[in-house]
Design a protein around this ligand. Structure first.
Ligand code: SF4
Ligand code: SF4
Ligand code: SF4
Length: 628
């Protein structure tokens, strides 16, 4: 049905204030309660209960369906892992292309949090006011392009030749590591608080959806192409109840009057407007997608153009400062933080410059004097912005340190051959070690949290600089904050350095812990054999090396150890076999032979050690000087 409102097309764009309510005789301006809001609340509560049930089922069974989260799609695009999140997101986008943005309105747990927060604020007599920006509105789409399109674009331009554009797809629908891709609880709770509550308080009832959520970037784009819309009949009398009710900040009465339907892609099809319309003038129906409709309604924005530009710069700076700081803050949380920082910084600027300013019903400044609420606001804003700047400093040092660390070229085997890796360092390595140390120390010294990924890097540069004790300490601290493979690696390096320091009991303990964390860490088994050998537990050492060689026949050092052990026990035939096995995998590289010589000499297998020293000297006579 064609709307009577659409026939009265406005000649010029006009500005619409919120809310626009006419008090008419028959309605007395009273907006009736939305009946659908109860159904929606029920749907969102059920959704959250299902999520909790999913988690409990995993804890009890040890295996479950992989997380039904859109973010999982990234792993499909990057690694080819087909998971439940990818299937859900694909179906959700297809559904949005037909019906509009129902998935957001009825099936998102972050939206449930935002609605809950808005409801609580309403109970306190506070109605979140929408923050309207022309530039920040593009953040969700930019985030979506980065998360879901960039991996494929990157592969297209940067992947080596012959590598396919899409990775090989594998089935990851069932997982035993459900929490693998989620942040730890320490991060998840502030994440939900910032994205679900703070964004609503400062930016309006759909603050996170409007300015931060990358999934929303795609959902709102799909909504523009969808034929499913909130449409209007001739019964509309422009009372404005729909606009006053809409928590997605859509100017419903004006849009339906102007276009015959709601065209704002922020409409999440919650159906509240349909429910509260006193004339039953609204309905959900199919027709032309809104992308085909030329827009003519001008909106009121919260910022001037210069504030918009400053806001965009502030947003970017805040986002880069916070994203991945301490290797803890996920992208979505960083987007939420950046929107709040931008809002607070711009409001603080206005508070300083304007003579009158209010926020909700609180008077921040009047007649040029900052009021009590204003000082509170200012204090909070300055603490928040200060913390943000501090995160930026930490993040800068973390990434500069990580870059310098990445550029260190000395192979680990050579560095670990003796406690004097200095001999093998190039001038570039020395410079990068100094840089890495400077930045990683700066980051850890002022950091508010332990970056368990930066500590092992710092430990390694300390070791390369000759401070093995400090390195062992740092690796201990790192391992206390890590888990899984990362923890196993820290414990392995700690064990290896302790072996070089001659503290074999401690080394053995560390290596056993590493293997308990990751039994596939063969190098830890090789080092464990060395600790046992040095402690005089020779049969156990041989068992550890045999176990390692059984898992990887190409382990050159392990086979040399086994050859030396067999020779020391008078088993000449076995010694020759192990030596032969080792030699066929030994690279033609004087450094590698020298490393083997040092490791073998260290455990007292001198004959074999001498063989490798001589081979190194044959390949590079310069090594003769090191022998003296
Ligand atoms: S935009 Fe994002 S946070 Fe908002 S409802 Fe949609 S998926 Fe949820
Ligand atoms: S659609 Fe209904 S609620 Fe909205 S302005 Fe028209 S009559 Fe009022
Ligand atoms: S326009 Fe109507 S359906 Fe859309 S979000 Fe607002 S109240 Fe809900």
């Amino acid at each position: 049905m064609k709307s009577g409102c659409t026939s009265q097309k406005a000649k010029k764009p006009r500005s619409i204030g919120l809310p626009v309510l006419k008090i008419t005789k028959d309605q007395n301006g009273v907006i009736r309660d939305s009946r659908t809001s109860r159904w929606r609340a029920l749907a969102l509560v059920t959704l959250n209960l299902l999520m909790i049930a999913h988690f409990i089922q995993w804890r009890l069974a040890g295996r479950t369906i992989s997380p039904i989260e859109p973010s999982e799609t990234m792993y499909t695009l990057q690694n080819g892992a087909i998971n439940a999140g990818f299937i859900f997101f694909t179906l959700a986008i297809l559904a949005t292309l037909i019906f509009g943005r129902f998935v957001c309105g009825w099936g998102c747990h972050i939206l449930a949090l935002q609605d809950f927060c808005a409801w609580m604020l309403k109970k306190l007599g506070l109605k979140p006011k929408p923050f309207r920006s022309r530039l920040l509105i593009f953040v969700p789409l930019a985030g979506a392009l980065y998360m879901f399109i960039w991996p494929t674009v990157y592969r297209f331009f940067a992947a080596p030749k012959n590598e396919p554009l899409f990775p090989q797809f594998t089935n990851h629908l069932i997982t035993s590591n459900f929490w693998e891709t989620f942040p730890p609880l320490l991060v998840a709770i502030p994440f939900l608080f910032i994205c679900g509550f703070m964004t609503v308080y400062f930016l309006g009832s759909k603050g996170f959806c409007t300015y931060a959520c990358p999934y929303g970037g795609f959902f709102s784009l799909a909504d523009k192409f969808s034929p499913g819309k909130i449409r209007v009949t001739d019964a509309c009398n422009e009372c404005g109840h729909c606009t006053a009710t809409c928590t997605s900040n859509v100017i419903v009465h004006a849009e339906v009057k102007q276009y015959g339907m709601v065209v704002d892609p922020g409409c999440m099809k919650c159906m509240d407007c349909i429910s509260v319309c006193p004339n039953d003038a609204l309905y959900f129906g199919f027709g032309k997608p809104s992308v085909t409709v030329p827009k003519s309604i001008a909106k009121n924005y919260s910022l001037t153009w210069s504030e918009e530009v400053a806001g965009a710069v502030l947003f970017l700076a805040s986002f880069l400062a916070v994203w991945d700081v301490y290797q803890l803050v996920p992208m979505l949380m960083a987007l939420g933080v950046a929107t709040i920082t931008t809002f607070l910084a711009l409001r603080t600027w206005r508070l300083i410059r304007a003579s009158d300013l209010s926020f909700y019903r609180f008077e921040l400044k009047s007649a040029g004097t900052i009021r009590k609420a204003g000082w509170l606001f200012l204090s909070f804003a300055l603490v928040w912005i200060g913390l943000n700047a501090h995160s930026g400093w930490v993040r800068y040092n973390e990434s500069a340190g990580a870059r310098a660390f990445q550029n260190i070229q000395i192979p680990d085997e050579l560095a670990l051959a003796s406690l004097k890796p200095d001999t093998w360092l190039s001038s570039d390595d020395r410079r990068n070690i100094v840089d890495a140390k400077k930045h990683l120390h700066a980051a850890t010294n002022v950091g508010l949290f332990t970056n368990s990924y930066a500590l092992p890097k710092l430990a390694w540069v300390e070791y390369l600089s000759g401070d093995s004790e400090q390195s062992v300490q740092l690796l201990s601290t790192a391992s206390r904050h890590q888990e899984g493979q990362a923890r196993a690696l820290s414990l392995y390096y700690r064990g290896a350095i302790l072996n070089r320091l001659g503290r074999y009991d401690e080394a053995l303990k560390s290596l056993d812990e590493a293997l308990a964390e990751a039994s596939n860490l063969i190098l830890a088994r090789e080092e464990k054999g060395e600790s046992l050998w040095q402690l005089g537990r020779k049969q156990e050492a041989i068992s550890a090396w045999t176990d390692a060689a059984g898992r990887n026949a190409g382990l050159v050092l392990t086979n040399n150890f086994l050859a030396g052990a067999a020779a020391s026990q008078g088993q000449a035939e076995a010694a020759t076999a192990y030596e032969k096995q080792a030699d066929q995998f030994t690279p033609v590289d004087p450094y590698f032979h020298w490393m083997l010589g040092q490791r073998l000499q260290y455990v007292g297998m001198t004959a074999l050690a001498e063989k490798h020293f001589q081979l190194a000297i044959q390949m590079n006579p310069g090594f003769r000087a090191l022998k003296k």
